[in-house]
Design a protein around this ligand. Sequence first.
Ligand SMILES: C[S@@+](CC[C@H](N)C(=O)[O-])C[C@H]1O[C@@H](n2cnc3c(N)ncnc32)[C@H](O)[C@@H]1O
Length: 221
Amino acid sequence: MGQIVPDAIERYLSGLNQLPDSVLLDVARAGDAQDLPLVDAEVGALLRVLATAVGATRVLEIGTAIGYSGIWLAGALPANGMLLTMEMDQKRAAQARENFVRAHLADRVNVIVGDAQRLLAKVSGPFDLIFQDGDKRHYIPMLDRLVDLLRPGGLLVTDNVLWDGEVVPGFVKRARRDAEETRAIAEYNVQLNRHPGLMTAIVPLRDGIAISVKRTTGRSG
Ligand SMILES: C[S@@+](CC[C@H](N)C(=O)[O-])C[C@H]1O[C@@H](n2cnc3c(N)ncnc32)[C@H](O)[C@@H]1O
């Protein structure tokens, strides 16, 4: 359970979110066994709702891990849609590919192995939705490039922006997260909210999700 939403509320939300998909359950279990910080099913459902709401056909993800969030995202795509997902760890990328096959989504997913910071220069947009869930210290360096890659009206969704509440001074008695990452996320949240090309709202679900829409015109509020 996370630190932000009380356990009882998280259990309630998770009880409502019926997960008929056995592949997703298996991948979540594999992630737990490997101690991987995957999104949970409630965030997965949010990603699928957002991708569906913007009629996404092209989605970019930074930080595939073993494909859990990718399955939620790719499940929202039409048959001719494409999820491009980047992972620097070869073993995880290989597991993700297997999991996309098991989820019958391999035809619309391209797992690219490498450092997203470098790969982003070679990718062409526009994307309808970008999910940023890679290294927290890279959030700021990647921000402008990700905004460039979005279509106007497209969504940049960023995970972990509340970082167990540690971005809020005094929220926890003893910090458990890496201080450099905490500072990077806190500064990212400021830049995201001030970014002239974006309009942002933060949802305090799980570890905090920022949802930013790329503005179609000049800033108006
Ligand atoms: C939080 S996990 C992703 C979890 C996944 N999105 C999910 O919820 O199922 C972050 C992943 O990003 C990868 N990563 C970190 N920095 C990266 C980078 N610069 N380029 C590509 N992948 C990166 C890590 O290896 C790790 O597997």
